[in-house]
Design a protein around this ligand. Structure first.
Ligand SMILES: [Zn+2]
Ligand SMILES: [Zn+2]
Length: 274
């Protein structure tokens, strides 16, 4: 064999006996290392941080993870106290909102110091439907009841409605003027809508109101009093005598005064049923 052929043979032997096994071994080692460093899918989930959705409290605007917020009617609150309060825009957190366009601005610098209690039912004497909401939002269907065509063009509203179950609905901000009292006089002041908050109780002049309604009324007035210096609670018939009969003789003023512990002087028309 010539020298050159011997050299080639030596190189081939070197490659097959030393270099190649070494490379194969290294490749295997790398593959093993890669396999060990790859975490399982479960481990990945545990290791990466959970990104929480942040929401703002409707009352105080503080931001908090949505898992810690109280949710009511699609709105978020940082705690029970703010959920149950009336916010800076005049809306109560803990009630459903059905916004009505039947409102306008109160006169400038007016003090909102009066609550007017009403009753309403639609159709008359029937409870539980959504016709009152529809009426205050100008979307009552005249075909649903023979009485509706006679009221369909009235543009009216109240700030709040308390249903037979005690559920509260708000239609208008307490800061705005709702159209609930019409022509009215309280002491020497006219146009009571200017300075009052109107609360409708679902009911008629023929039936007692439900205990849940008195309870909801008490809680609602407590919240209103935190925001507005209420000094008078009156019935619609007190400020529009002869023209209006609500809330009627079945509204128990004495019972309401007892459960609410509102002082006598805040009821200028007394406790007798009327
Ligand atoms: Zn808050
Ligand atoms: Zn009324």
């Amino acid at each position: 064999m010539k020298f050159f052929e011997l050299l080639l043979l030596a190189l081939a032997l070197y490659y097959f006996l030393i270099l190649r096994p070494k490379a194969v071994k290294e490749k295997k080692r790398r593959r093993e290392a890669e396999k060990n460093s790859k975490p399982s899918s479960q481990a990945t989930a545990a290791a990466s941080p959970i990104i929480e959705k942040m929401v703002a409290c409707e009352f105080c605007k503080v931001r908090l993870p949505d898992s810690e917020a109280l949710i009511f009617d699609g709105r978020f609150y940082c705690g029970k106290a703010h959920l149950q309060s009336i916010n800076a825009e005049g809306f109560l957190g803990s009630c459903k909102r059905v916004l009505s366009n039947n409102y306008d601005l109160r006169p400038e610098n007016v003090t909102i110091d009066t609550i007017v209690i009403h009753h309403i039912s639609l159709p008359e004497g029937k409870f539980g439907g959504h016709a009152i909401e529809d009426f205050f939002c100008n979307r009552l269907n005249p075909k649903d009841d023979p009485y509706y065509p006679t009221i369909i063009d009235l543009q009216v509203s109240a700030h709040f409605l308390i249903k037979r179950s005690g559920e509260v609905v708000q239609f208008v901000s307490t800061l705005k003027r709702a159209w609930h009292a019409g022509a009215s006089t309280l002491m020497d002041r006219q146009k009571c809508n200017d300075f009052s908050i109107g609360i409708e109780l679902e009911g008629t002049g023929e039936l007692p109101f439900e205990p849940e309604q008195y309870q909801a009324l008490k809680l609602l007035i407590e919240e209103i009093q935190i925001k507005h210096p209420i000094s008078m609670i009156v019935g619609h018939s007190d400020i529009s005598p002869g023209r209006k009969q609500d809330p009627g003789k079945f509204f128990d003023w004495q019972y309401f005064k007892e459960i609410s512990q509102i002082p006598d002087q805040n009821f200028p028309f007394g406790m007798n049923s009327r």
